[in-house]
Write a protein that binds this ligand. Structure first.
Ligand code: SF4
Ligand code: SF4
Length: 153
């Protein structure tokens, strides 16, 4: 029996609810391209692609691979993701670019650092760290600084 106020689902809505697959939606304006969601996605439905030659960073979503576990939604520090169960046989195998940005390269050695938006966010939060450097050059820079100040053996 249907509860009072409970909406009756159509056959299509019911099948979608029971679908083993999910579809991720993203608010691209909130995404910084940190790549955490892709790192933690258990199925590889999300992929962070760094192309040093083209100088681009892309976050991809592969349709038909997502199992709607919600891990990416929980881990995203910007609350940029949502997921719902969906039946979309026509989308299977399709790849959507959720986010794309210029890839910033280390100003010392040229190694990839990350997408521009993420680097700018780090710069605005931690002003003392040279966010345009890769991890290795950052460590080198810190080491030289400490050594020059005579606080390192
Ligand atoms: S809901 Fe789960 S399977 Fe789908 S993209 Fe997010 S982490 Fe990957
Ligand atoms: S969606 Fe969230 S976790 Fe994924 S890259 Fe963007 S900010 Fe990072």
């Amino acid at each position: 029996m249907e509860n009072k106020g409970q909406k009756k689902l159509s056959r299509r809505e019911l099948l979608a609810k029971l679908s083993p697959l999910g579809r991720v939606e993203q608010d691209a304006a909130k995404c910084t391209g940190c790549g955490l969601c892709a790192r933690e996605c258990p199925t590889g439905a999300l992929e962070a692609l760094t192309d040093a030659e083209a100088g681009t960073f892309r976050l991809l979503f592969k349709h038909g691979v997502c199992v709607a576990c919600g891990v990416c939604v929980k881990i995203c520090p910007e609350k940029a993701l949502s997921v719902e169960r969906r039946l979309e046989p026509e989308s299977l195998g399709r790849v959507t670019i959720l986010f794309e940005d210029e890839l910033i390269k280390c100003s010392e050695c040229g190694a990839p650092v990350g997408p521009r938006r993420m680097v700018e966010k780090m710069r605005s939060k931690v002003k003392t760290v040279r966010s345009e450097l890769c991890i290795a050059c950052k460590s080198q820079s810190w080491y030289s600084l400490v050594k020059d100040n005579g606080r390192h053996p």
